[in-house]
Design a protein around this ligand. Structure first.
Ligand SMILES: Nc1ncnc2c1ncn2[C@@H]1O[C@H](COP(=O)(O)OP(=O)(O)O)[C@@H](O)[C@H]1O
Ligand SMILES: Cc1ncc(COP(=O)(O)O)c(N)n1
Length: 526
């Protein structure tokens, strides 16, 4: 039956790529790897299962092959309805299955067929009967490209596995000549720091029969090579369906696989040869949200704790002893002086003049606020540096900020200075609103009313809004690692903000130290 034309994909961006292969329930090889690879390389994946394996990263413990009649039924169901832009063939298992697929290929004649002649799993298990090799060769003659690894190449031409790259190329030429099909010779099983692959076209380039087009590549130092052959052949089929150029398809697929091998350590799948990270190029879903949303949600618990602290409760209802309040103001003045220095260093790293000016203005206004604190509230003049020593929390908070300046990432630094703007403004708004709710007379008589009124400074609110915009911009431009570092830096600073308020405990404080969040655990996902 002719595929339903209305349902074809010709002319659309996403090609339909069918994988005919065995199932690997651990998801690293076989049809599962093919579907991921096709999807990651820009195709719409279809899948017809030849056999079910019971396997994981350690090995294969069983193979179950459904009746070939049902295989043919799956193949027909797909090709009767959907125009296939490319077909990739993997594990066949038996001669009967290989011949069934060959019969279907003869009937449907897909435009592009990439055959990965799977014989042995990376773990060593046999995935093809001995007497099926001839059937695979018959299938190879119907394919556009065959992608054997070194041992499979040897079996297909009846020779011992090649011991060198030159020998592998010679064997590849022989296979291309015998079956009249392009062959990709793969260097994965040879030793050495490089990992080349070579494309051998059956007739060769003009005047160069059997010439090999070599794609050099570095060998990634990893044991996570489960499913590399499956993933590569599916990627090549997909990229060929997109580009119509074998050389471009191999180059693009190989570059993608190298990066997938490199990113495999970020997965935690099994104890043996693990899978590659097919979707390494997809952005982490967390990073599609603005940094300020992530950071605010991440520190919701800390903010809740701050509002319950005896200091904040005492400041709000006026019961905070004057000595505690004065202690707080003194630490605040010491903090502001160090913080101004950190803001000046943030300015030095800013990517634009506008951001540089912004941080410098913030640094200046911190020093002005410090002077004002002394003049209006403490009745002293700011002393020379080092004459008044801060308490342990102020010291730790400042050390954290200074350490972040030393690491030199602008984005991380912006994240670490932000809580001093944002949390301070949020706590201030809360306290002011609480006092206002108690009525005007109470506000006028409130011992800290004048101080609380300073929280309403619109210039500070504007600066907080600008600092948040800068943090979101820096987050968008940051690498994934840097983004994680931003979230952690913000969380550290928010923790110190809490401890800073808690260091001035007020009348109802008990003696127990506040519990510190365990910052060694990973960044909390929203
Ligand atoms: N450690 C590695 N670093 C980089 N590329 C590799 C590595 N191991 C295999 N490859 C690549 O993976 C693909 C599959 O290769 P290979 O291991 O030879 O086949 P198979 O997975 O079929 O045994 C090839 O492109 C090969 O160059
Ligand atoms: C179902 C199935 N098909 C193929 C392979 C080969 O995998 P590799 O690419 O590691 O050689 C496998 N282990 N399982």
């Amino acid at each position: 039956m002719e595929p339903h034309r209305a349902a074809t994909s010709r002319g659309r961006a996403l090609p339909n790529v069918l994988s005919i292969a065995g199932s690997d329930p651990s998801g690293g090889a076989g049809i599962q790897a093919d579907v991921k690879s096709i999807s990651a390389n820009g195709g719409y994946a279809l899948a017809v299962v030849t056999a079910l394996t019971a396997q994981n990263t350690m090995g294969v413990t069983g193979v179950h092959t459904p009746p070939v009649e049902f295989l043919r039924r799956q193949l027909d169901a797909v090709s009767d309805d959907i125009l296939l832009d490319a077909v990739k063939i993997g594990m066949l298992g038996s001669e009967e299955v290989a011949d069934c697929v060959a019969g279907w290929l003869d009937d449907v004649r897909p435009a592009v067929v990439v055959l990965d002649p799977v014989m042995v799993a990376t773990s060593g298990a046999r995935l093809l009967d001995d007497d099926a090799v001839r059937a695979v060769l018959r299938l190879a003659a119907r394919a556009s490209l065959v992608t054997p690894n070194i041992p499979e190449l040897g079996v297909l031409i009846g020779a011992a596995p090649a011991g060198s790259w030159q020998e592998a190329l010679r064997q590849g030429r022989e296979l291309a000549g015998r079956v009249g099909t392009a062959v990709l010779v793969k260097g994965g099983h040879l030793p050495g720091p490089r990992c080349p692959d070579a494309l051998i076209l059956p007739g060769g380039g003009a005047g160069h029969p059997g010439e090999a087009l070599v794609f050099d590549g570095r060998r990634v130092g990893t044991d996570n090579t489960h499913g590399t052959g499956c993933s590569l052949s599916s990627a090549i089929a997909t990229r060929y369906a997109v580009t119509g150029d074998w050389s471009a398809a191999v180059r693009e697929a190989k570059g993608w696989l190298e990066a997938a091998l490199g990113a495999s350590a970020s997965l935690r799948v099994g104890r043996g040869a693990g899978p590659v990270h097919h979707f390494h190029a997809l952005p982490d879903p967390r990073h599609r949200q603005p940094f300020t949303d992530l950071a605010w949600r991440d520190t919701a618990g800390l903010r809740h704790e701050i509002l319950q602290l005896p200091f904040v409760v005492g400041l709000t209802d006026g019961s905070l002893p004057a000595a505690d309040f004065a202690g707080y103001l003194r630490e605040d003045a010491l903090y502001l002086r160090e913080y101004a220095g950190v803001l000046a260093r943030t300015a030095a790293l800013a990517p634009t003049e506008t951001e540089q000016l912004f941080w410098l203005q913030c640094a200046t206004s911190c020093l002005e606020t410090e002077a004002e604190l002394h003049r209006s509230w403490l009745g002293t003049e700011p002393g020379p540096r080092g004459t008044d020593l801060p308490g342990p929390v102020t010291r730790a908070y400042c050390d954290h900020l200074v350490a972040t300046t030393a690491r030199g990432s602008y984005a991380e630094l912006v994240a670490s200075v932000l809580p001093c703007f944002w949390l301070y403004a949020a706590v201030g708004d809360y306290v002011r609103d609480q006092v206002r709710q108690d009525g005007g007379a109470a506000e006028a008589a409130h011992p800290y009313g004048a101080w609380i009124a300073t929280y309403a400074d619109p210039v500070f609110a504007e600066a907080t809004a600008e600092a948040k915009l800068i943090a979101d911009r820096a987050h968008r431009a940051a690498s994934p690692d840097e983004r994680d570092a931003m979230l952690l830096a913000f969380r550290w600073s928010a923790t110190y903000e809490r401890d800073f308020f808690d260091a001035h405990r007020g009348p109802s404080a008990d003696a127990a130290p506040s519990e510190h969040a365990d910052l060694r655990e990973g960044v909390v996902l929203p």
